[in-house]
Write a protein that binds this ligand. Structure first.
Ligand SMILES: [Ca+2]
Ligand SMILES: [Ca+2]
Ligand SMILES: [Ca+2]
Ligand SMILES: [Ca+2]
Length: 459
C-alpha cells in the first residue's frame, strides 16, 4: 500500500511537468450549463467516406457535464464493428481537461489525447478493469495473448454490461496514461431506437428516440460501474473549461470503410448533454463545491480564493479557516479523503466508514446529505442540434447505396439486432438506468475522483 501510494505521488511530479496553471479569475454567478457543439464534415460529397470532426466545449465557469449521449443521423452510413479489422485505427480525440490535483484549485489544464481503435464486440470474452493477476498493470491495459493489441481491444471490458446491458454494433476504444494510470475511453454505437429515455427530465427534451438515429455513448474509464470502489486519489477535481475535439475517420489506414456519407440532403446530428447538480445554486457543481449547502465565498478555480488557510475548504463552511493553520487541515475530518475529493469533507466517511457512500447519487455523501434519498440540485439537460448538408442539400436524402457502402448497417435489415435479445421497444428499463448511471458515474470523477483511481482487487 505504501509502495502504491509512493508510486502515485511520484507520478504527480510527471503530471505537474505538463500542467499549465491558468489562475484566471472567474466572477461568481448563477449556475450555467451552455455546451458548444460544432460538427464539421471534411467532404460533403454524397456517398464518400465521412471524415467528421465533433468539437464539444464547455466554457470556464460552466457546470461540468454529467453525461453525454450523441446521435448519428438514421441515414448515415455506419459500418458495424464486426466488418472492420480489430485494432484498426478509427479516429482520435484531443482534449484539454481542467483538473484540481492534490486538493489544489481546479485550474490545471492537462492535454489528454486518445487514438481510437476498432474493438471487440464479443460480450462473452471479457476483461477486467482491475489488476486481477497482480502484475501491477490493470488487466485491460495488458497484452496477455501477445498479439499486439492491448486486451481492451481484443476483449470486452466486463463493466460495460453492468452499465448498459445491450449489444452495441460498434465499439471504438483508446487508452492513454494520465498520472501514471492507464485511462480508457470508449465510444459505443447502438442500433437506432435502442436507447429509450424514460427519464422524466429527458422526456421534456426528447420526443422520439428512433428518429434521432444511432445513439453513441461515451464511457470514460469505468465511470458508471455500480461495483466501483472509491479510493483516495491525486485528482481531486475535474471542472470546466473543457475542450474536446473528436475526429472520426471515414476509413481505416488499409482502406476499410468506417463511415460513409448518405445521399444528397440535409441531416441533423443531435447531442443530449446533462449538466451536474449544484445543490446551493452558487454556480459550483456538487463535485467541485466543498460547501455544497452554502454559497461559497471564493471561487474554487482560483488558488486560495475564499480559502485563507489554503486547505481547499471554502470559508463558507470551513470551521477553522485560519492562516496560522495553513496546510494542516487538508483532510479536515481525517477520513483519508482530501477535502476537495471528499463528498463530505467535514464528516468522516472514508474507507473505515461507509467509503463515500451516496445512495441518491447526487454527489453529496450519505454522511452529510440532508436528504440522502432525494437528489439535491437539478440536472440541466441541453439538446444540441447541428444540421449537415450533403451535396447541395436539395435531394430527398437517404442512406448510401449498397454499392457505395456494401458493409453499412441496414436499418431493419438482416444485420440488425446482432444480440437477438433486444429490439428497441423493449429496452425502456435499461435506458432509465443509462442516463442516470452515466451522470452519476462521470460526476464521480470530480467528487469521488474514482475515474483515475481504482482499488485493485485484494489491495
Ligand atoms: Ca457552495
Ligand atoms: Ca479553508
Ligand atoms: Ca468525509
Ligand atoms: Ca447523496
Amino acid at each position: 500500500m505504501i509502495l502504491k501510494t509512493l508510486m502515485r505521488w511520484g507520478a504527480v511530479a510527471a503530471v505537474l511537468a505538463f500542467v499549465i496553471v491558468a489562475g484566471k479569475a472567474d466572477p461568481v454567478g448563477a449556475q450555467t450549463f451552455d455546451p458548444q457543439l460544432t460538427i464539421t464534415l471534411a467532404d460533403p460529397t454524397p456517398e464518400v467516406p465521412s471524415v467528421l470532426t465533433n468539437d464539444f466545449d464547455l466554457a470556464e465557469g460552466d457546470l461540468q457535464f454529467g453525461g453525454i449521449v450523441s446521435f448519428i443521423p438514421l441515414d448515415w452510413g455506419i459500418v458495424p464493428g464486426d466488418k472492420i479489422p480489430i485494432g484498426a485505427s478509427m479516429g482520435n480525440l484531443f482534449s484539454d481537461a481542467t483538473l484540481g490535483l492534490i486538493n489544489s484549485a481546479c485550474n490545471q489544464v492537462l492535454p489528454v489525447n486518445f487514438d481510437m481503435m476498432n474493438a471487440s464486440l464479443d460480450r462473452g470474452n471479457t476483461v477486467s478493469m482491475d489488476d486481477t493477476d497482480d502484475s501491477l498493470t490493470e488487466d485491460f491495459a495488458e497484452d496477455n495473448d501477445g498479439n499486439g493489441n492491448l486486451d481492451f481491444v481484443d476483449r470486452y471490458p466486463d463493466f460495460i454490461d453492468r452499465i448498459v446491458d445491450v449489444q452495441p454494433i460498434r465499439r471504438a476504444a483508446g487508452m492513454t496514461i494520465v498520472a501514471g494510470t492507464p485511462v480508457l475511453l470508449q465510444f459505443l454505437i447502438f442500433e437506432p431506437g435502442t436507447l429509450i429515455f424514460e427519464n422524466e427530465v429527458a422526456n421534456d427534451i426528447i420526443s422520439t428516440d428512433y428518429e434521432l438515429g444511432y445513439p453513441t455513448l461515451t464511457l470514460l474509464q469505468a465511470a458508471g460501474d455500480p461495483d466501483i470502489v472509491p479510493e483516495p486519489g491525486i485528482i481531486t477535481d475535474f471542472c470546466t473549461p473543457l475542450l474536446t475535439e473528436n475526429n472520426t475517420f471515414g476509413e481505416t489506414a488499409d482502406g476499410d470503410q468506417v463511415m460513409v456519407n448518405p445521399q444528397n440532403g440535409t441531416y441533423t446530428f443531435t447531442t443530449i448533454a446533462v449538466g451536474q447538480r449544484d445543490s446551493d445554486g452558487d454556480g459550483y457543481e456538487n463535485t467541485l463545491d466543498t460547501c455544497v449547502l452554502t454559497p461559497n465565498i471564493g471561487n474554487p478555480r482560483v488558488t486560495m480564493d475564499g480559502d485563507l488557510d489554503g486547505d481547499g475548504l471554502d470559508a463558507a463552511c470551513d470551521p477553522n479557516d485560519d492562516p496560522a493553520a495553513q496546510g494542516t487541515d487538508s483532510d479536515e475530518d481525517a477520513d483519508g479523503y482530501p477535502n476537495r475529493q471528499d463528498n463530505c469533507p467535514l464528516h468522516p466517511n472514508g474507507e473505515r466508514e461507509d467509503n463515500q457512500a451516496d445512495e441518491d447519487e447526487d454527489q453529496i455523501g450519505d454522511a452529510c446529505d440532508p436528504d440522502p434519498l432525494v437528489e439535491n440540485g437539478e440536472l440541466t439537460l441541453v439538446r444540441l442540434e447541428k444540421v449537415i448538408t450533403i451535396g447541395d442539400g436539395t435531394g430527398p436524402g437517404g442512406p448510401p447505396s449498397a454499392e457505395a457502402c456494401p458493409d453499412c448497417f441496414v436499418l431493419g435489415g438482416e444485420n440488425g439486432s446482432s444480440s437477438g435479445d433486444d429490439d428497441g421497444g423493449s429496452n425502456s428499463g435499461v435506458i432509465i438506468g443509462i442516463i442516470v448511471a452515466v451522470i452519476a458515474a462521470i460526476a464521480i470523477i470530480g467528487g469521488g475522483s474514482v475515474m483515475m483511481m481504482r482499488r485493485r482487487e485484494g489491495a
